[in-house]
Design a protein around this ligand. Structure first.
Ligand SMILES: *Cc1c(COP(=O)(O)O)cnc(C)c1O
Length: 395
């Protein structure tokens, strides 16, 4: 049975395919799996009994596998069109685990504009482990001259955090294939509801599950999704060995969050469109970076490769005083880092998410003291615009 994206957020195709006999064959008092619970149970257990030597229920120890984690992994794999997904304790834990598939001397081409934490991980941890990086403006520049014999992967976000650059995934994937390297796409900003990089030729998708997948600013999580059996095998070995798998309760929170992913993505995008148009007309706003505006350089690519434009937008105001005044004056909108939740958050990348990015790189990327980032939530758009209007008009 083929399911559409909204349905996939709630039901596993696998469960629907299951026949009535399959789920009623157990002899115990539990007539169907999980007593027919509609909400998938939280298996708060560290370990599992074995009937006898050489036998296993498929679950041995929760660092390796846990039923609640397996369920959220199946849902995310299904949403991204991967053969498997891995649920980790945060987005950064997911990226850290992923870096373990590389070895000293391996070379990666990474985008200039990335989440600040990813830049810090590559500079401070991966580099120490012997992995070498070359940065480029991957959305605009040719990366052909950057490939070496040791290049193993290209790493991008699209749209990027926070400058909203859009990369043509299919085009980049074919360049990667020609060089025999893998393409890694951090798909956090659009969620699998709006974009599926694996279908466009990427090999690995990353999510900070803390953001749109969880959707409620109440838990941290990270995901890796792949369509390659070889990468799947390496990551299964690594998650078991390194141990940052997502805890059962957090898996359940993400499962609950995903149930409303479609509704939240649609509503927050609608709000973001309205706010982008309002900001564009405001005299104190110099530019609005939102890929859903036709003048955005990535608009056409987004129309081709995504099913929506998302609800993240970055804007530049007249000067740093204006930016600081807005951050101090918002009432409904909260001044906080993070994104992708039902609450609208405003972030100051220069002192928050991107504070530790080397200054030269930050300036090159255009992250100045006048740049603000909005993660638009699902509140009433008139209320959000009224709050921005009053914050802009404060002296
Ligand atoms: C937040 C974020 C991360 C890191 O995820 P955490 O869950 O905070 O560890 C990685 N990539 C992007 C694009 C993000 O926005």
């Amino acid at each position: 049975m083929t399911l559409s994206a909204e349905t996939k957020c709630i039901h596993l195709a696998e469960r629907i395919e299951r026949t009535a006999t399959d789920c009623c064959t157990t002899k115990e008092s539990n007539p169907s799996p999980h007593y027919g619970a509609v909400s998938f149970p939280i298996y708060q257990t560290a370990t599992y009994t074995h009937p006898e030597v050489g036998q296993s229920t498929g679950f041995d120890y929760s660092r390796l596998q846990n039923p609640t984690r397996a369920q959220v992994e199946k849902i995310v794999a299904q949403l991204e069109g991967g053969i498997d997904a891995f649920a980790l304790s945060s987005g950064m834990a997911a990226i850290t685990l992923l870096m373990e598939i590389f070895k000293p001397g391996d070379h990666l081409i990474i985008d200039n504009d990335l989440y600040g934490g990813s830049i810090r991980l590559f500079d401070a941890v991966s580099a120490k482990n012997g992995i070498r990086f070359t940065r480029a403006d991957i959305s605009t520049d040719s990366i052909e001259p950057l490939f070496t014999d040791s290049t193993r992967a290209v790493y991008v976000e699209t749209p990027t955090n926070p400058m909203m650059h859009v990369t043509d995934i299919a085009k980049l994937a074919s360049i990667c294939r020609a060089h025999g390297v893998i393409l890694i796409v951090d798909n956090t900003f659009l969620s699998p509801y709006f974009q599926n990089p694996l279908a466009l030729g990427a090999d690995i998708v990353i999510h900070s599950g803390t953001k749109f997948l969880g959707g409620h600013n109440d838990t941290l999580a990270g995901f890796l999704v792949t369509k390659s059996a070889d990468i799947q095998e390496q990551l299964r070995y690594l998650i078991k060995t390194t141990g940052a798998g997502l805890a059962p309760f957090d898996c359940w929170l993400i499962l609950r969050g995903i149930k409303t992913l479609a509704l939240r993505m649609e509503r927050s995008q609608e709000n973001a469109q309205k706010i982008a148009l309002w900001l564009k007309k405001h005299p104190l706003v110099k530019r609005v970076l939102y890929p859903g505006l036709p003048e955005h350089p990535g608009y056409r690519i987004m129309q081709k490769q995504a099913r929506g434009f998302g609800s993240m937008l970055t804007f530049e105001v007249k000067d740093s005083e204006t930016a600081k005044r807005i951050l101090k004056s918002v009432k409904l909108i909260q001044f906080a880092e993070s994104l992708g939740g039902v609450e609208t958050l405003i972030t100051y990348p220069i002192t928050q998410t991107h504070a530790e990015v080397p200054e030269s790189l930050r300036l090159k990327n255009g992250i100045t003291e006048s740049v603000l980032r909005l993660s638009v939530g699902i509140e009433n758009s008139d209320d959000l615009i009224a709050d921005l209007a009053q914050a802009f008009s404060q002296e």
